[in-house]
Design a protein around this ligand. Sequence first.
Ligand SMILES: NC(=O)c1ccc[n+]([C@@H]2O[C@H](COP(=O)([O-])OP(=O)(O)OC[C@H]3O[C@@H](n4cnc5c(N)ncnc54)[C@H](OP(=O)(O)O)[C@@H]3O)[C@@H](O)[C@H]2O)c1
Length: 250
Amino acid sequence: MSGKLPWKVVWITGASTGIGREIALQLARAGVAVAASARSADKLSGLGAGIRAFPLDVTDPQAIRETAARIEREMGPIDLAIMAAGTYSPVDIDNFDPANFQHTMGTNYFGVVGCLSALLPLMLSRKSGHVAWVASVAGYRGLPKAAAYGPTKAALINLAECLKPELGLRGVSVSVINPGFIETPLTKQNDFPMPFLMQADEAARLTIAGLARGRFEIAYPWRFVAILKFARVLPYSLFFWLVGRTILKA
Ligand SMILES: NC(=O)c1ccc[n+]([C@@H]2O[C@H](COP(=O)([O-])OP(=O)(O)OC[C@H]3O[C@@H](n4cnc5c(N)ncnc54)[C@H](OP(=O)(O)O)[C@@H]3O)[C@@H](O)[C@H]2O)c1
């Protein structure tokens, strides 16, 4: 990592595996004090020097508030929070299960909302801080199999757009991170070729660099992002024709 990073204490949720874990490792190597959260206490405690484990289920708002307060008591003010906790299960239209939708929204969306409700009073009172969450390019437009996951990510992108202007006026920065396909335990279940698949360490490097520059949206890999941003502005007729000719035929 080149140059000094602007944070002393960073809190990361979803830090036990995948993208969150890689971000935690890279920040710790750069000398940042990292508070790492996820449900798997065993995985967090083995992350290494500079990373302290604060096991947490982000679907429990009371536990989130207690954890944020504990981190600040034991490590100092949280300068940056990266909310990467997330889950994904494909939707099978022959077994349309509302529990999947509730679980995914509860973790991906309300997990972030719960963390914000704990962090914002602390950061607003200091008139400083940076909150960032991992959405996805899957939030740009609805995609097959992603009926439970995509809406949570679309909601997270919209949430960031809603909050950025007001929080910015009060000294708190907002970033939204939109990865394409990244090789992690979450994508191991995919049984199709994943275009432009990126390694988690590269995703973490790009995330940290974007956050250090204060970027609002951090999206990668750029070729996949460009294709999906183009798809976002297509008329529905053309978009659905392309989905039928590409994704559904893959
Ligand atoms: N991989 C991709 O291609 C990709 C693309 C776009 C966006 N994303 C997003 O990136 C984020 C990280 O995903 P990943 O790919 O790194 O997957 P991952 O390796 O499966 O990581 C998910 C993390 O979230 C934690 N988590 C899940 N449920 C939780 C809960 N209720 N409370 C606290 N922590 C919880 C998991 O830890 P525990 O199980 O120990 O709790 C784990 O640390 C997710 O938000 C995902 O949607 C991933």
